[in-house]
Design a protein around this ligand. Structure first.
Ligand code: GDP
Ligand code: MG
Length: 738
C-alpha cells in the first residue's frame, strides 16, 4: 500500500484535507510514548489503496518541540512514499519556510496550495504553477474545505511514488557557512551513522543549527566527529560574531527567508492592495533591484569601485615597487655575478616582487568586494543578473561562481569552480565551470594593471571596467556557444537568497579583506616562488656554449682595446652618472651595452623557454605576440601571476638599458615590440585563454573526467587566440593603436 503523509504548519488545513480524503475510515491514536495525536486512515484513489497519515503541525523541522521531533522522526524513519506539504495560500511566505526545510531533507514533496478561496477573497493572486517550476515539484491549488483540487492533488502525489527520491534542495547560506558545511559534509559522507537515511549535508546543517537531537545522536554514534563539529561550530560562531555580528542559526534563518523572498518575487504572489508595511531593506530594494534603476545603480557602484581602487592604491603600489627595485639592486651589489645572483635577482625578487607589488591594489579591491558582500548587495547583483544568465543557457546559481572567480574583480577560479556544486543540472554546471575562469581572477589583475597603466594611462578605471564587461559578455557568449553545441539541454529554474541589508562592521570588513589578501600573499610566497624559479631556470638553461661566450668576450676586449682610456673599470660602474664620463668613455659604454644586450638576448633565445617561445612565434605573430610574450603566456598556464614576473624576467635579462631595476612598465613603453594595440590583444588573450593549472585540475575533478580539463585548456585557448588575432589584424588594418 502506498503511504502518503500530510505535513504543514498548524492550521494549514491538514486535518480538513485528511477528513476529506478518508471520510470515516480513520482512527486516532497517539504516537508511541508521547501524547501527540496521530491520525491514520485509508482510502482508495483510482482503485489504488492508500494509507494516509496526518502529521502534527509544525513550523520547522528543527527538534525544538515535541511535534517537530515526532514529525521529523516519522519522515526520516518511516519514509512515506510521498509527503503532501500543505501551504496556506493566504500566508505563503511563512508556510514556505517549512517547505524549504522539507525539501532540504531530500524527501519527495508534493505541495498543496490550500485556502485558495481565502487568498482570492483577500485580493491575493497566487500562481502555484510558477512556484512549482521554481522548486521542481508539483504544487496543486486546493480548497480542502470544499474538496476542490483533491483529484489533481492525488494524481500528482501518486505520480511521484515510483520515482527515485529527489536531490535535496541546496540553499546557499553565505560563503562562511557554506564552507563549513562543505567540510562537515565531506567528513560524514557515507558514514554508517547516517544509515542511508540522513542526507549528510542536511545532517551537517542541523548540527550548525544546534539541533539537540542530531547533536546527541552524533555524539552517541561518532564522538570524534561530534567533537570536530563542535569545534567547527565554535570557530564559525566566533568568525560570524566578529565579522557580521550574528550567529549561525540566525544567519541560516535569514538566508532561508531571503530565499523565500526571492521565490515570491518571481511573481508567485500578487497583492491587489499594496502591502503597507515595508522594512528598510525592502525600501532599499525598491531602488537597487528595480528593473531599470537597478542595473544603472550596479554599473555606477562598480565604476566607483574601480575608480577608487585605482586612484588610492597607486601610491602604495609605488612604494612596493620601489622597495623591490631597491632590494634587487642591493642584492645585485652584494652578491658576486653568477648563476646564484641571477637566480635570486631575476627569479626570486623579480618574480615574487612582481606579484607582491600588487598587494595594495588587491587589498583595496578586496575591501570593496567585502563591503558589497557583507552588506548584502552582492546577492542582489546575482539576483538581477539571473535574468540575463538565463538567456545564455546558464543558471542563476552560475552568478556566484562567476563573481567568486573574479566577476567583479579579483577572485579565484578555483573556489569559483567548486562553488558550481550548488548548480543541480549537470549541463548548466559544466557550462558554468568552463566559463567561470574567463572572469578576472586576482592573478590576472597585475598584468592588466601594467598594460593598462602603460598604454591606456588616461583611462585606467574605464579600461578596467571595459575589461570586466568584455569578460562577462565573452563568458556569456561562450556559454551560449557551449550550450548550443557540446552541452545542449534544458534550463532549470532558479531561486536566490536575498538576505536583509546590513551595515558591514569595520572589523568584519577588515577580517574579510585580510583573509583574501593573505591568501594572495601566501600564494606569492609559495607556489609562485617555486614557479618563478622554474621559469627562471627555463629561461637560463641551457647556457650559451663556451664558443659563443668566448666570441662575446673577444668582442668585448676588442671594443675596450679600440679606444685608449685611463681606467676601464669606470665605464661599467653605473654609480657614476653618465655626464661625468668623457665622451670617449660614453661611446665605449654604449657599445658595451649593446653587446651585453645582444648576449643576453641570444642567451634567452637559446634557453628552453626561448626555444619554445620562438617555436610558436610564427603562429602567434598573427595576434601580435613576440616570443618573449609567448614565454610569459606559457608560464601563465602554470599560474597567471607568473605572466608579469616572467615578462619582467624576460626583459630584465635582455635589458639593454643601464638603469637596472627599471620598472617593467617603462621597459614596455620604450620597447618597439609593444603598442597599445598589442597590449590590448594580450589583454584579450589573457582574459580568455586556458585556466591555470590548478583550475584545470579542479574542473577535471568536479566534472569527473580529464576530458573536460583538457577541453577547457584547448577550447579556451582557441577562443582567446581567435579573438586576439581578429582584434590585432583588424586594428593593424585600420591603423588603430599601432
Ligand atoms: P490543521 O491544523 O492543519 O489540521 O488545520 P485544520 O484542518 O484544522 O484547519 C484549520 C481551519 O482552516 C479550519 O477551520 C478549517 O475549516 C479551515 N480550512 C481548511 N482548509 C480550508 C480551505 O481550503 N479554505 C477555507 N476557507 N478554510 C479552510
Ligand atoms: Mg489538525
Amino acid at each position: 500500500m502506498t503511504t502518503i503523509a500530510l505535513a504543514g504548519n498548524p492550521n494549514s488545513g491538514k486535518t480538513t484535507l485528511f477528513n476529506e480524503l478518508t471520510g470515516s475510515r480513520q482512527h486516532v491514536g497517539n504516537y508511541p510514548g508521547v501524547t501527540v495525536e496521530l491520525k491514520e486512515g485509508t482510502f482508495t484513489h483510482r482503485g489504488e489503496p492508500i494509507h494516509v497519515v496526518d502529521l502534527p503541525g509544525i513550523y520547522s523541522v528543527t527538534a525544538y518541540s515535541l511535534e517537530e521531533i515526532v514529525t521529523r522522526d516519522y519522515l526520516v524513519q518511516e519514509k512515506p512514499e510521498v509527503v503532501i506539504d500543505i501551504i496556506d495560500a493566504s500566508n505563503i511566505e511563512r508556510h514556505l519556510y517549512l517547505m524549504l526545510q522539507l525539501l532540504e531533507m531530500g524527501i519527495p514533496i508534493c505541495g498543496a496550495m490550500n485556502m485558495m478561496d481565502v487568498a482570492s477573497s483577500r485580493g491575493i493572486t497566487i500562481h502555484p504553477e510558477k512556484l512549482s517550476k521554481l522548486l521542481s515539484i508539483p504544487i496543486i491549488p486546493t480548497v480542502a474545505r470544499t474538496g476542490k483540487g483533491m483529484e489533481e492533488l492525488l494524481d500528482a502525489a501518486l505520480a511521484m511514488k515510483d520515482s527515485p527520491p529527489p536531490q535535496p534542495l541546496r540553499i546557499s547560506y553565505g560563503s562562511d557557512i557554506d564552507r563549513t558545511l562543505d567540510r562537515m559534509e565531506d567528513r560524514i559522507r557515507g558514514h554508517a551513522m547516517l544509515q542511508g537515511r540522513y542526507d549528510p549535508r542536511w545532517f551537517s546543517l542541523k548540527y550548525l543549527e544546534q539541533d539537540e537531537q542530531i547533536m546527541e545522536y552524533c555524539k552517541k554514534h561518532a564522538p570524534e566527529i561530534a567533537q570536530a563539529f563542535d569545534e567547527g561550530y565554535q570557530q564559525l560562531l566566533k568568525h560570524l560574531e566578529s565579522t557580521l555580528n550574528t550567529y549561525p542559526e540566525a544567519l541560516i534563518a535569514d538566508q532561508r527567508y531571503g530565499y523565500i523572498k526571492s521565490l515570491v518575487s518571481y511573481g508567485i504572489v500578487n497583492y491587489a492592495t499594496h502591502q503597507s508595511k515595508l522594512y528598510i531593506s525592502d525600501k532599499i530594494d525598491l531602488v537597487l533591484t528595480n528593473r531599470f534603476l537597478g542595473p544603472l545603480a550596479m554599473v555606477a557602484i562598480l565604476m566607483t569601485l574601480y575608480k577608487v581602487t585605482f586612484t588610492y592604491s597607486e601610491i602604495p603600489v609605488g612604494w612596493f615597487e620601489a622597495f623591490f627595485g631597491w632590494l634587487g639592486d642591493t642584492v645585485q651589489g652584494l652578491l658576486p655575478p653568477g648563476l646564484l645572483r641571477s637566480m635570486i635577482v631575476s627569479g626570486v625578487i623579480d618574480g615574487v616582487g612582481g606579484v607582491m607589488g600588487f598587494v595594495p591594489l588587491i587589498l583595496f579591491m578586496f575591501f570593496g568586494i567585502s563591503f558589497l558582500e557583507d552588506s548584502g548587495y552582492l546577492a542582489r547583483m546575482a539576483f538581477m543578473l539571473d535574468r540575463v544568465f538565463r538567456i545564455f543557457g546558464l543558471h542563476g546559481s552560475s552568478v556566484m561562481p562567476f563573481i567568486i572567480s573574479g566577476g567583479i574583480v579579483g577572485g579565484c577560479a578555483v573556489p569559483g569552480v567548486m562553488a558550481c556544486r550548488t548548480i543541480k543540472s549537470r549541463k548548466e554546471r559544466l557550462a558554468t565551470m568552463l566559463t567561470a575562469p574567463i572572469m578576472n581572477c586576482g592573478a590576472k589583475i597585475p598584468i592588466f594593471a601594467i598594460l593598462v597603466g602603460t598604454f591606456f594611462a588616461t583611462a585606467r578605471g574605464e579600461m578596467l571596467f571595459a575589461i570586466t564587461v568584455i569578460s562577462w559578455v565573452g563568458a556569456l557568449i561562450t556559454a551560449k556557444i557551449l550550450r548550443l553545441t557540446v552541452i545542449r539541454g534544458e534550463s532549470t529554474p532558479f531561486v536566490m537568497e536575498l538576505p536583509p541589508y546590513r551595515f558591514p562592521t569595520l572589523k568584519g570588513l577588515c577580517i574579510h579583506t585580510w583573509e583574501r589578501t593573505w591568501q594572495y600573499i601566501k600564494k606569492a610566497g609559495t607556489v609562485i616562488l617555486g614557479i618563478s624559479i622554474l621559469v627562471w631556470a627555463m629561461m637560463t638553461f641551457p647556457l650559451l656554449s663556451p664558443e659563443k661566450e668566448a666570441f662575446f668576450e673577444e668582442a668585448r676586449q676588442e671594443i675596450l682595446a679600440s679606444h685608449t682610456v685611463e681606467d676601464a673599470s669606470r665605464i661599467l660602474d653605473y654609480e657614476i652618472p653618465e655626464e661625468e664620463l668623457t665622451p670617449q668613455e660614453q661611446e665605449i659604454q654604449k657599445q658595451l651595452l649593446v653587446l651585453k644586450g645582444r648576449r643576453a638576448e641570444e642567451a634567452l633565445e637559446n634557453s628552453i623557454a626561448g626555444r619554445m617561445g620562438k617555436g610558436i612565434e610564427r603562429v602567434t605573430r598573427w595576434a601580435g605576440f613576440d616570443w618573449r610574450t609567448n614565454i610569459a603566456l606559457l608560464g601563465g598556464v602554470a599560474a597567471k601571476e607568473v605572466i608579469v614576473s616572467t615578462l619582467g624576467t624576460a626583459y630584465s635579462l635582455g635589458e639593454v638599458d643601464p638603469e637596472e631595476g627599471d620598472s617593467l612598465s617603462k621597459v614596455l613603453k620604450r620597447s618597439d615590440e609593444w603598442s597599445p594595440l598589442k597590449a590590448f590583444s594580450v589583454i584579450l588573450f589573457v582574459i580568455f585563454y586556458a585556466p591555470c593549472f590548478v583550475t584545470l585540475i579542479c574542473i577535471a575533478r568536479e566534472a569527473g573526467s580529464w576530458t573536460w580539463g583538457l577541453f577547457a585548456l584547448l577550447f579556451n585557448t582557441f577562443i582567446a587566440f581567435l579573438l586576439s588575432v581578429g582584434v590585432f589584424q583588424l586594428g593593424t588594418l585600420l591603423g588603430l593603436g599601432v
